[in-house]
Design a binder for this molecule. Structure first.
Ligand code: IMP
Ligand code: MG
Length: 171
């Protein structure tokens, strides 16, 4: 068992997620929103966010992975695409963490081609010092230093997703 240290505890996480939910509710003023959760890491953040929004929130999911060996091109393989059309919809991509920004830069481009009415990004965490591709992120839970984090959906080799806090592995 690795030694996991708490970086952001459950109380702080939930308080911050509530604040973001309130902001989204105000920004969208009762409009119907489509959340696109990026599997698997975004699941806990997405449900917690959605529970705190009173307007209608629809769920869809995508699963993507980077092509091996072509990291620098930012090409992403779509393992699971959207189930429903997002044409004319107000869409928010919900992500666990933005690191280099490659995944979301690609996804944003990919999803814009499906003609949503609007598209924004909500991420639980961001590591700004690791950014390779600049991108405009509308809702950020916490900006953190360059540490490998787990919990609240995030994994290390598929472990620790169910931790109710954000932690890091003490070396
Ligand atoms: P990006 O394309 O470099 O922004 O990659 C973002 C993806 O890398 C996230 O969706 C995570 O799946 C993964 N990732 C980046 N940093 C971490 C971390 O600290 N812990 C767990 N997964 C991470
Ligand atoms: Mg991810």
């Amino acid at each position: 068992m690795d030694n996991i240290k708490v970086l952001i505890n459950e109380k702080r996480l939930e308080k911050r997620i509530k604040e973001i939910a309130e902001k989204i509710e105000k920004d969208y003023e009762g409009k119907e929103i489509v959340f696109i959760g990026i599997l698997k890491g975004s699941v806990m953040f997405m449900t917690e966010l959605a529970k705190n929004i009173k307007s209608d929130v629809q769920f869809d999911f995508m699963d993507v992975s980077s092509y091996e060996g072509t990291e620098s091109t930012g090409t992403i393989k779509v393992n699971k695409d959207l189930r429903d059309s997002i044409e004319g919809k107000d869409v928010i991509i919900v992500e666990d963490i933005i690191d280099t920004g490659r995944t979301l830069t690609y996804l944003l481009d990919y999803l814009k081609k499906k003609n949503p009415k609007s598209i924004r990004i909500a991420t639980m965490l961001s590591k700004p010092s690791r950014r390779v591709l600049e991108l405009n992120v509308d809702y950020i839970g916490f900006s953190i230093e360059d540490k490998f984090v787990v919990g609240y959906g995030l994994d290390y080799d598929e472990k620790y997703r169910n931790l109710p806090f954000i932690g890091y592995i003490e070396q």
